[in-house]
Ligand binder design. Sequence first.
Ligand code: FPP
Length: 255
Amino acid sequence: MQSEYREPGDRSADLPSVVAADLLGGPVPRHVACIMDGNGRWASRRGLPRTEGHSAGEAALLDAVEGALELGIPWITMYAFSTENWRRPADEVRYLMGFNESLLARRRDELNDKGVRIRFAGRRDWRVPKRVLRRMDESVALTAGNRRSTLTMAFNYGGRAEIVDAVRSLVADGVPAAKVDEKAIRSRLYYPDQPDPDLMIRTSGEERISNFLLWQLAYSELVFTEVLWPDFRRQHLFEAVREYQRRQRRYGGVA
Ligand code: FPP
């Protein structure tokens, strides 16, 4: 039999064979959060600049969202730029700002047509260029009425910064120390309406949180995969959900 032609670097034959229908009989996470890691390594392995890896990550992001929609997952959070990522080389930071802006311009209509509400979690500080903020605001306004799923892009986001911001807001409102409890802090997080992630996936083989959703991940199931982000497809999401369905969540209690 003649083997099927594949482009160099095409990993499609390596995709896990699990499909959405296999998972719908079990618990499907309400909120999936993803650390999209490994773009730089994906590019380096091909002798390409790191920025090419980010660019290839766009297809992965869109396919993961498609997969989440197939499963009916109502909340998706993607880590797109951390408060620490300003430490990356200036060229890469500049590229990432422009890339996030152009990605929104390219994809917001498509996401809107699919019923996805776009939101951003993170600090709107002076380092984020005005035109990027403008594009973010336009995307939020365009999709504000959608409820099929909410895609939160964590951008200039840090979990510690979010907790600091929550505490500052309580202090600024004069909330007395005795009233500062978990409920009060949660109410001041960037999106108190959002349930905590049931499942957090990090690609590229790194097994750490890197300042992502520190408060919200307290009881999330964590799945780490070796797949580099640009190679990630909905089947990898399905595989992670299958793993999630094998886990037993106890929240500090007993089974
Ligand atoms: C955390 O690792 C990872 C992130 C903050 C994700 C960064 C993702 C991008 C820059 C690409 C975004 C891609 C698309 C398609 C929008 P870290 O490297 O900040 O932390 P570490 O140093 O602990 O590994």
